[in-house]
Design a protein around this ligand. Sequence first.
Ligand code: TYM
Length: 361
Amino acid sequence: MSEKKKILFSGIQPSGNLHIGNYIGAISQWLEMQENYNCIFCVVDYHAITVKQDPEILRKKIIEIAKIYLALGIDPKKSIIFQQSDIKEHTELAWILNTITRINDLKKMTQYKDKTKRLIEKTKNKIKNKDKLGNILNLKTKEISRKILSKEDSAGVGLFDYPVLMAADILLYDTEIVPVGDDQAQHVELTRTLARRFNKQFGDTFIIPELKFRKEGARIMGLDNPEKKMSKSALSELNYISLTDNPEKGAKKIMKATTDSGSEIKYNPEKKPGISNLLTIYSLFGGKDIKTLEKEYKNKKYGEFKKDLAEIIKKFLTNFQKKYNKISGKEVEKILENGSKKLKVIADKKIKEVKKKIGVL
Ligand code: TYM
């Protein structure tokens, strides 16, 4: 790594299908920054296991995510790509940071609240559908709420503690910048709080990292529901375009995307969330700013706009998948191994410094 360049760290979970929201919010920023920073890109497998995973699928997904990084243009000669669980110092530092994290810090995290809310919804539905004959069960309200409460309590500790592991990922390498989508902003803010808290208690140890996200595109919304974030775990496939979707299928999803009432192609996320989301996507994939697109499509219909965007997405997916299919699993394994080898030295040095500061070394 070059001494002169600042360190950039980011990562993606190997769960679900990587979609164009992940690309716009995170990876497209990485590509722009690759030349000017010492970049470390992680496949965060220990984060993925905070929700239930099938071990066989997880193993495949780890390789798939790294392959996607490469096919999109992350260059292993310039950047380091590695698998989180290969470097035990991540979990070691997470444990140490746990001791200065307050339960209240974590209870505030919206992502945790959202995920547990989803668990509760699932339980609610189960309670309703419990009758084998298909009759909706008429349980007393009291009993229902008792079951819901117990579900909240039974959310995994890993899910709750997840942001501390993310803080460890970042702080372990003296990271100065973290490019992510805006759903991760709160986690980066917590990382900054923990770094400051540690430094105050034990003396200067950690760099306070900066958050970096796109002004437009930090939150790509669901194609089927532009009021909610595009998500890997969405119930409907029409919510997202996966990078490994058949290009024709990807184009169809654009044509089916929800648009707003009226017919004007204008960027206004509050009044026109559907078309504003599509304009953001078009802007990134078509390499034109939103103002230019608004002018180009003045007096044109949604259908025409969608057709052009569908074509752009189809081309992007075709080109990407050509590159993706050429990369072998073996090649990826070697790159991940090399990445870990380089980082182990840095991680070992940092954890020793931390252990000395807290008095265990
Ligand atoms: P993950 O795997 O959920 O998402 C990966 C990246 O994609 C961004 N993203 C989006 N951006 C725009 N629009 C969307 N709809 C959208 N959905 C997701 C996310 O903000 C993220 O940048 N905890 C992290 C992974 C992580 C990490 C780290 C990131 C672990 N350690 C250290 C940075 C630094 C996560 O679960 O991202």
